[in-house]
Design a protein around this ligand. Structure first.
Ligand code: SAH
Length: 325
């Protein structure tokens, strides 16, 4: 039994069945607070860990948008759940070379990951929640952040809860599942309200779907394999597919303008990933194979190119960032 499973079992014995939202919240807080889960030796690999090109193109897209907004000197780079800080370091290298001198602000709860982020971006500043970001224009990025926020599941209009069964933890009901994520809606609405009031743009990148639909999308990943969501709580990564229709609605509610949704592959191609790969391989011919593998991984329809999607939200008076229809 994992330490968190013991704690959750005690909680269920004393409080009764707990919601999936409470379970996911407890599991992910524990999971990210106790490890660096990224990379071949960890549990999963994210796009910025696949290749520097991912963060560099994001930096270029943000720099272009910032310049077209009049290059406001009081803008900051902000990232939600920056992981190892790799994306931020790659994006900021490009932003700095474009004349952007604003702060780097990270919203991160994990102490271990804050340390990794400090190594990647030494002068960054940390915040515990979106609402703690200072009142200034933001160039904000969230990659695989929204998928980690807790969801609720309903069967026949009744919320699904977790109980103790003979073999461990179990769901109290089965059937056609409807998912919602109040935590995700709140996060997106808070970003949108910040952008609408103080200016800026946010790139939201995650795996998910364009239209709300019934279905169970909760998944656990451990050592690069799918696992059972109720097993080894706190020791595996729990995520769900992002419902981008709900994200767009929350963003509009917060007062931001919302772009269309684009597949990650198409978006990176529009931003010029192939030219970037060619430039890198001309300068480092021995990296040709690695760069081609990264291109296939990030953009391939059968890899991260289609399932992962990108949506931008921005202050109504800011320009739409590049890469969207
Ligand atoms: N963006 C990174 C990491 C994605 S993993 C990358 O692409 O590699 C999810 C990240 O979100 C981790 O850094 C995790 O610690 C952070 N996180 C998860 N829930 C959070 C919360 N409620 N508040 C702040 N950060 C959170």
């Amino acid at each position: 039994m994992t330490p968190l499973e013991r704690a959750l079992s005690e909680r269920i014995r004393s409080e009764g069945a707990i919601t999936l939202e409470a379970y996911m919240d407890a599991c992910n807080a524990y999971y990210y607070a106790t490890r660096d889960p990224f990379g071949a030796a960890g549990d999963f690999v994210t796009s910025p860990e696949v290749s520097q090109m991912f963060g560099e193109l994001i930096g270029a897209a943000l720099a272009d948008c910032w310049k077209r907004a009049g290059a406001p000197a009081d803008a900051a780079y902000a990232e939600l759940g920056p992981g190892r800080g790799t994306l931020a370091a790659d994006a900021l290298r490009v932003l700095r070379s474009s004349g952007f001198a604003g702060e780097a602000r990270f919203v991160e709860t994990s102490p271990i990951l804050r340390e990794a982020q400090a190594r990647a971006v030494p002068n960054a500043e940390w915040h515990g929640a979106i609402g703690e970001l200072p009142k200034q224009p933001l160039l904000l990025v969230a990659n695989e952040f929204l998928d980690a926020l807790p969801i609720r599941q309903f069967v026949g209009g009744i919320e699904r809860r977790i109980v103790i069964a003979a073999g461990g933890l179990a769901f109290d009901r089965d059937g056609e599942i409807i998912e919602t994520s109040p935590a995700r809606d709140e996060a997106v609405e808070a970003i949108a309200a910040h952008l609408a009031e103080h200016g800026g743009v946010a790139l939201l990148i995650d795996y998910g779907h364009e239209r709300s639909a019934p279905g169970d999308t909760l998944q656990a990943v451990s050592r690069h394999r799918f696992a059972s969501v109720l097993e080894r709580p706190g020791e595996q990564d729990l995520t769900s597919h992002v419902d981008f229709e709900a994200v767009a609605a929350a963003a509009r509610k917060g007062g931001a303008t919302v772009t269309g949704l684009v597949g990650q592959g198409e978006w990176l191609e529009k931003l010029g990933i192939e030219a970037r790969a060619q430039a890198l391989s001309r300068a480092n011919p021995d990296r040709l194979e690695e760069l081609n593998a990264a291109l296939a991984r990030l953009c391939g329809a059968d890899e991260m190119g289609k399932l992962f999607k990108v949506m931008a939200i921005h202050a109504p008076e800011w320009p739409q960032p590049a890469g969207f229809a």
